[in-house]
Design a protein around this ligand. Sequence first.
Ligand SMILES: CC(=O)SCCNC(=O)CCNC(=O)[C@H](O)C(C)(C)COP(=O)(O)OP(=O)(O)OC[C@H]1O[C@@H](n2cnc3c(N)ncnc32)[C@H](O)[C@@H]1OP(=O)(O)O
Ligand SMILES: N[C@@H](CCO)C(=O)O
Length: 377
Amino acid sequence: MTEDVRFGLARHVILPGPLRLDGGALLSPVEIAYETYGTLNADASNAVLICHALTGDQHVASPHPVTGKPGWWARMVGPGKPVDPARHFIVCANVLGSCMGSSGPATIDPATSAPWGMAFPVITIRDMVRAQALLLDHLGIAVLQAVVGGSMGGMQALSWPATFPERVRAAVVIASTARHTAQNIAFHEVGRQAVMADPKWRGGAYYDLGDPPAAGLAVARMAAHITYLSEAGLTEKFGRRLQARPDRPDGAISFGFDADFQIESYLRHQGISFVDRFDANSYLYITRAMDYFDLGGEHGGHLANAFRATKARFCLVSFDTDWLYPTAQSRAVVHALNAAGAPVSFVELSSPYGHDAFLLDAPEMNRVVDGFLRAGE
Ligand SMILES: CC(=O)SCCNC(=O)CCNC(=O)[C@H](O)C(C)(C)COP(=O)(O)OP(=O)(O)OC[C@H]1O[C@@H](n2cnc3c(N)ncnc32)[C@H](O)[C@@H]1OP(=O)(O)O
Ligand SMILES: N[C@@H](CCO)C(=O)O
């Protein structure tokens, strides 16, 4: 095992493993890039694990090393925030399969001394959770005060008490689901096909060429980004407004295929900026892990069975305009928790911003999470 504190709070550990994956492969070693904030107390009872979404990373409350933007959940994690380094020892790890330092297709396969590419084993949400458990072992944390996550982070927060019932006292699950629906899988498949149709993808073996499948990945992000927003939000922000362009002297409209509408220009910007911070193969692996996620399916087809062994408290939050993981999917989890006799709070919040509302200013969400965490302290 080697540990390298690279800068500030950012850490990188290489654990020997092996980690047995749901697909049967043994992963060894297991690299995990993570950040911590705050101090672990004497009885190691104040640890809060933050789980990130599809394209998130360990930089939950510190600037992103590529974009320089504030941490993706600096609104939730930080001094005076619901998850507060003054009270909590906060851990956020880059998930298995991602591209910010944890084992994934861009890291080195010890068998070949070359990047794994598509030889990296297919992973599941539960595999991500098992890798996080290895990290907690390494940090001396037997039991989490809480695991907190939105979107795919919420899937991990659900998988944690199901996989390690004795290791979690509370789970906060925001804008998430216990299984991917046909529609969820369909959107992801569009994105994967966009990546794979890019000739620069080259079966995933593009790392040494310095010319990744940026066009395909950008289109994948554009399609996905639509699902993170809402029709009302898009109408309010862009409507049918046109992007600024030089007027023709005769006043006539010039038709064409440039990004004429503001929404087109916005989506292109989201796609182009995404490829600077994300790896195309990681996009394939993580979307696949989300598609395979079916917590009830992992427990004999009954979601309640996933929660029978845990004593954890649960808090679920959904947003009324989230059509990716609509409130009905959170309610299904609540019903399963009720059936399993697990204590659960649930609230549907109103927001015009769709699925990604959990990443934006949402004072009610912060109040709910703050109150729920304090109730267990
Ligand atoms: C959850 C996790 O674990 S990690 C999350 C991973 N991170 C993300 O998903 C972040 C990317 N997602 C986003 O930015 C999402 O849009 C949101 C919803 C979270 C952010 O929403 P907002 O803060 O309202 O930003 P908005 O959606 O308006 O996008 C702003 C960007 O669009 C650009 N933009 C706005 N209008 C236009 C336009 N007409 N043409 C081109 N670009 C435009 C802005 O210049 C800005 O660019 P920048 O990000 O490079 O500075
Ligand atoms: N927009 C976030 C959440 C998607 O579920 C992300 O890219 O990770």
